[in-house]
Design a protein around this ligand. Structure first.
Ligand code: SF4
Length: 290
């Protein structure tokens, strides 16, 4: 739909045409170990807790501040991107999609109505699985009853140290099919109540100012997961290796006690394929190892 002055209208919101920057806009593939693609209907954010101190999204976005026409021309300032709302509907191959790798969907400056639009796209694009991760867990709990929670929407909170385990309590109030924790960057030991939690991801910090993560903190979380039979995913050591030496993310790797830990939630759901012209959607009921 065309609007005034070359703008398009998408879901009732005027969208100005922009030059395409494939590296930052093509989000169909992701290098993040626990997902397959990223989708950023919001970009930009502000810091809320110690885990944000060296936010990779901020560092990335600020590199382009002031570059005319670049999607991050305004750096890490919070921006709604209504023109991206329908991207997942165009990706016909089923994917695991991390929502807002460059922001926090539940940021206080994102209107309730926009969050509802994101959730309605996720419900519509039901051949994908969406992973939504936030540090604004209180707002998720407040809004939860206004949002729809289809089986293909997983909800997670970040927990970097004991002070922020209150986010796990907020998450438990959310009726998502899969509730998960991202303990990254892990900044201290954690005693977790894992009741109602389906998946735990742990990772250390990378980057120039990375803070080291102690191996015993990771082992303690793994132990808690094993006791509660919760899948445990060890994503990376980060910039420091198991004994605290700064060796860089790639050399530090992701082995813990000589093996890779890639636990994932096992769920039962209806498999759905994307609609294609002339062919009805195929539905197969079965076990899905997501
Ligand atoms: S909440 Fe996430 S995106 Fe926002 S500043 Fe913190 S780490 Fe960055």
């Amino acid at each position: 739909m065309r609007g005034v002055g070359g703008t398009r209208l998408e879901r009732g919101v005027a969208v100005r045409p922009q030059r395409i920057y494939p590296d930052v806009e093509m989000a169909e593939r992701s290098s993040i170990e626990w997902t397959e693609a990223t989708w950023n209907p919001v970009t930009g954010c502000s810091k809320v807790s110690p885990g944000c101190a060296h936010c990779y999204a901020e560092a990335f976005a600020e590199r382009f501040r002031g570059v005319p026409g670049h999607p991050y021309e305004r750096g890490f300032d919070l921006q709604l991107r209504p023109d991206r709302l329908e991207q997942p509907l165009k990706w016909t191959q089923a994917r695991m999609i991390f929502v807002n790798s460059m922001s926090d969907l539940f940021h206080e400056d994102v209107p309730d109505e926009f969050i509802e639009s994101v959730f309605s796209v996720m419900a519509e694009a039901d051949w994908h699985t969406f992973q939504v991760l936030t540090k604004r867990s209180e707002r998720v709990a407040q809004l939860a009853s206004r949002l729809s929670w289809p089986d293909n929407v997983w909800m997670g909170v970040s927990v970097e140290n004991q002070r922020w385990t209150c986010r796990v309590d907020h998450l438990r109030e959310v009726p998502a099919k899969v509730r998960f924790l991202s303990c990254e960057p892990l900044l201290g030991p954690l005693r977790l109540d894992l009741q109602g939690i389906d998946w735990v991801i742990v990772g250390g910090e990378s980057g120039a100012h990375a803070r080291p993560m102690k191996a015993d903190w990771v082992r303690e979380i793994r132990q808690q997961c094993q006791e509660r039979r919760v899948p445990f995913f060890f994503k990376q050591w980060g910039a420091h290796n198991e004994i605290g030496q700064r060796v860089g993310k790639h050399r530090a790797g992701r082995l813990l006690d000589r093996r890779i830990w890639s636990g994932l939630p096992v769920i039962t759901r209806t498999e759905v394929t994307a609609p294609t012209p002339g062919s009805p959607r195929r539905r197969v009921v079965g076990i899905r190892l997501a």
